[in-house]
Design a protein around this ligand. Structure first.
Ligand code: AMP
Ligand code: MG
Length: 345
């Protein structure tokens, strides 16, 4: 049985937070909202507790977890050395959607770090996540609260449908503001490297700490390269529908999608296109509007992919988005969802 709490982030019910914190203290699992996506948490320092996360998600054990904290001082307990870049990032972007990777202390079990000698840490800004972490007073490992390979849930409804009875507690707390997982930044080498793009962009980071590289594994189809962040080699964000990115001038994209969806319908395939609101009326097939700008697209993307499955679409086409700023994070998730299938027009 899963203990469910519904909490309004504007009026946090402390009793409910306490009950869920107790579950975590007992070495069990609790799902909670963050500003990125819902997280599936357990005590990061307890190997048995962490094992339950992998079990609930069906996640491969070499895919490391992000450790969530409520107080920057906790970083000292977890890592060997907080370098200057780490200090700047923590001061400038925490609490917020960026995860830093540093050399771990022995107290962090290998089970949490996926067998690596480094640990990924983040301080979330979502008020419910903060209240829970502060109440439990333990670092909490929390990957996205989806079954491994599925899109990450950003809506309480989807968390409940996918994870009820797979975990010990769930806090339902509204929609996640950013909607994409945190930026992951490796700070263990001379030049900081983005291992996963997110809402804190390369441009934001370069303004704060100077040169930042992007892991080359992000830009290419992952089979061929040895991914540095182990999780990157696995299938990700995959809805049941077959996803295709349609790339090119918008008029050509519209024309192509209309042709393809017309042909699809003749074969009995249910098709839809994910698009910007400004293009919604141009399509003849069903549309899934992602938003008016890149921030809205980021916030709605995973919800759109899960909703497409609920509506039993066989094929989902999507417009392409610019590969800079938060667009880079959007395209990273879309490429994975699409299995790198791009139709160029
Ligand atoms: P999730 O918790 O589902 O958002 O996934 C966390 C991701 O963070 C993993 O899939 C890795 O890509 C990355 N990550 C976590 N810890 C490390 C680490 N120590 N080194 C490199 N990447 C990491
Ligand atoms: Mg995930």
């Amino acid at each position: 049985m899963t203990f469910i709490s519904r909490i309004d982030e504007k009026h946090i019910n402390k009793d409910e937070i306490k009950k869920q914190a107790e579950i975590l203290k007992e070495g069990k699992t609790v799902i909670f909202p963050t500003e990125t996506v819902y997280g599936l948490g357990a005590n990061a320092l307890d190997e048995n507790a962490v094992s339950k996360i992998y079990e609930a998600k069906g996640r491969p054990s070499d895919n490391p977890l992000i450790v969530h904290i409520y107080d920057k001082k906790q970083v000292n307990d977890l890592v060997k050395d907080i370098n200057e870049n780490a200090q700047i990032i923590m001061n400038k972007f925490w609490p917020g959607p960026i995860t830093i990777i540093l050399k771990k202390k022995d107290i962090v079990p290998m089970r949490t770090s996926g067998g690596l000698d480094t640990v990924a840490i983040r301080m979330p800004s979502n008020p419910i996540a903060k209240a829970l972490l502060e109440e439990v007073k333990l670092p909490i490992a929390a990957p996205s609260a989806n079954i491994s390979g599925r899109p990450s849930p950003t809506r309480g409804k989807h968390v409940y449908e996918e994870m009820n009875n797979r975990v010990d507690g769930i806090i339902l707390g509204g929609d996640c503001t950013f909607g994409l997982e945190s930026t992951v930044l490796d700070l263990t080498n001379d030049i900081p490297t983005i291992l996963r793009p997110g809402s804190v962009t390369k441009e934001d980071l370069e303004n704060a700490i100077g040169q930042v590289n992007i892991d080359p594994a992000l830009e290419k189809k992952e089979d061929n390269i040895k991914a540095k962040a182990p999780g990157m080699k696995y299938k990700h964000y995959s809805p049941n529908a077959d996803v295709y990115i349609v790339s090119g001038d918008i008029d050509n994209v519209v024309k192509k999608v209309n042709e393809l969806s017309y042909d699809g319908a003749k074969k009995g395939l249910k098709c839809a296109v994910m698009c910007l609101e400004e293009n919604n009326n141009k399509y003849k097939c069903d549309t899934i509007v992602l938003g008016r700008n890149l921030e809205e697209v980021a916030s709605n993307l995973f919800n759109a992919l899960i909703t497409a499955d609920e509506n039993e679409y066989n094929i989902v086409y999507t417009e392409e988005f610019p590969n800079f700023g938060v667009g880079r994070a959007i395209m990273n998730r879309l490429l994975k969802s699409a299995g790198y299938k791009i139709i160029k027009v």
